[in-house]
Design a protein around this ligand. Structure first.
Ligand SMILES: N[C@@H](CCC(=O)N[C@@H](CS)C(=O)NCC(=O)O)C(=O)O
Length: 249
């Protein structure tokens, strides 16, 4: 359907979520092929050379990186803006988005979520408990300490909801899937900022699909999402057999 943006990627990916939240905020219609990247077939490799999600296909444009996609959406659909207007604030918002995508991705996805969810449910492997313990004791406090110094007492990081708040909250949503919540006594501003962000309409709209994915076996994801009325694509670039990723983390 050419008048709808096509997104490839699971509702459980924080990078996919970042893009979906931007689409909802901007009111851009989309359809989704909700695969986890490890289940992508050969067509997925063609669309996403790093075999990562999200992928956006729109009007002849194919993009395979959430940051590039969000900037494309901002250029295509400037209002409402998700990047601050002021040049310095816009740069700082992009930096916080980058911090979220790299450092928070490393800590919350590749260590916690990967160890506690992906390894078990995709690969049937044991969790590395020592790695999880070390991450919780050392890396998580460092990340949250950094965010606490940047977080506002009220409202969002740059007045209106921006890509910075969105990116940060996306990772904490996955952390919650791995049963992690921010200690609000120790990092009160960050905890409140994330709560405020996750309570916005776009995050709320996505929540039922995410929750359903967390309790549904991979093979039944599409069927379960269809029952909930998700805007699914008619076809999929997914297959039944998992493949290891091609990138070193
Ligand atoms: N820089 C990329 C990172 C995307 C990413 O790492 N996505 C994960 C899913 S949460 C993925 O596809 N992992 C599969 C792999 O790395 O093999 C972006 O912002 O889109």
């Amino acid at each position: 359907m050419p008048d709808r943006v096509r997104i490839i990627g699971s509702y459980l990916s924080p990078y996919v979520r970042k893009v979906l939240v931007c689409l909802h905020l901007k009111g851009v219609p989309y359809e989704i092929d909700p695969i986890v990247p490890f289940m992508g077939g050969d067509r997925f490799s063609t669309l996403s050379p790093l075999r990562r999600v999200p992928v956006l296909v729109d009007d002849g444009v194919t993009l395979a990186d959430s940051t590039v996609i969000c900037q494309y959406l901002e250029d295509r659909h400037p209002q409402p803006a998700v990047y601050p207007r002021d040049v310095a604030d816009r740069a700082r918002a992009r930096w916080l988005e980058e911090f979220a995508d790299t450092r928070m991705g490393d800590v919350f996805i590749w260590r916690l979520f990967n160890q506690l969810v992906i390894r078990r449910f995709v690969w049937g492997e044991e969790t590395d408990r020592a790695l999880v313990a070390r991450t919780l004791a050392e890396d998580v406090p460092q990340v949250l300490g950094y965010l606490e110094a940047a977080a506002p007492a009220e409202g969002f990081l740059f007045r209106d909801l921006s890509i910075a708040d969105i990116a940060i909250a996306c990772f904490l949503r996955n952390a919650a899937f791995a049963r992690f919540t921010i200690d609000a006594m120790r990092w009160p501003r960050t905890a409140a900022l994330v709560d405020r962000t996750l309570a916005t309409a776009p995050f709320e709209r996505l929540r039922p699909f995410e929750d359903e994915m967390m309790r549904t076996p991979l093979a039944r994801h599409r069927e379960a999402l269809a029952a909930l009325g998700a805007p699914l694509t008619a076809d999929t670039v997914g297959t039944a057999t998992p493949r290891r990723g091609i990138m070193e983390v």
